[in-house]
Design a binder for this molecule. Sequence first.
Ligand code: PEP
Ligand code: MN
Length: 347
Amino acid sequence: MIIVVKPGASDTQVHEIIDVLEKNELKAHVSEGAERLIIGVIGDKSRLAPGSLEVLSGVEKIVPIMESYKLASRQFRPEGTSFNVKDLTIGGKELVMMAGPCAVESEEQVEAVASKMVACGVKVLRGGAYKPRTSPYAFQGLEKEGLKILRRVADRYGLLVISEITSENDIEYASNYLDIIQIGARNAQNFRLLSAVGKSGIPVMLKRGIAETIDEWLGSAEYIMSEGNYHIMMCERGIRTFETATRSTLDISAVPVLKGKTHLPVIVDPSHAAGKAQYVQPLALAAIAAGADGLIIVSEPVQSHLCRQSLQHTAVVRLKIARDDCCLSGIHCHICSCISFNGCRAR
Ligand code: PEP
Ligand code: MN
């Protein structure tokens, strides 16, 4: 359940509510919105004596939340979540563009991509240092060295770093090099990892599991939030269906569905969904039209010999084409004449 606090309630009134919760071994998660203070209550509510919250002078109303996720539900923050990672706002007015290679292979490779990305309005450099591969014999990533390369290159171009972490043992080390932790599709329900990432307090991009329903995916976000880390983006990256023409089926509906169910920002990864470069651009446009807060796009300087999914990689030059095409695509943009990659999105 959530407790909506009366407008203008004093600190003492708010603390009174929190005291009652804590005395009953319930956890209070406070969300301060523009107009309302909301307290999310986590734990066994049957401990509360009937009426014990209703009588408190700071309580305006108590809203039960039927979903198994509470803090991730839209009701917890009706106005939506936006947060800053350094000076980049996620979930704000501007579309957030992230791009970079599938796997970090060398400093030259990352440098070649990053040097071209800045002109495309990309603010976040991606690249896999730890690669969760389907086969144990495939290249597993440069690991620690990969993180160092990402940081060095990103710093040269004023970019932020996002990279996937596959084990809770790597979080502490990685926190020295990255700004956003990516949780990959294969780990979307690795609950120990999710809790550890929650405890770290580092911003997270949570990819959707390959066969995860939207409610299950929000349950994964709840694991992170329940540890006090509210800086989460949901990333739709395609789901497994009977269709084989694309690598996964990009669930565009997930964007508006999430917007209704959760306050968390929504990112779309058209590259891993499509698996083929020629579909990335139309899917990226569809994501913007559907209301996504950002895109993450795989970009390689040249076809990579190490990454076996090389067809999915949009050459950097295609990012530029995508940007120009946005202007021609007929998607209305009220802020400037160029929609996506220069930092403006259709609403
Ligand atoms: C990736 O982003 O490199 C990746 C492995 O993605 P996913 O977890 O969506 O497959
Ligand atoms: Mn990849």
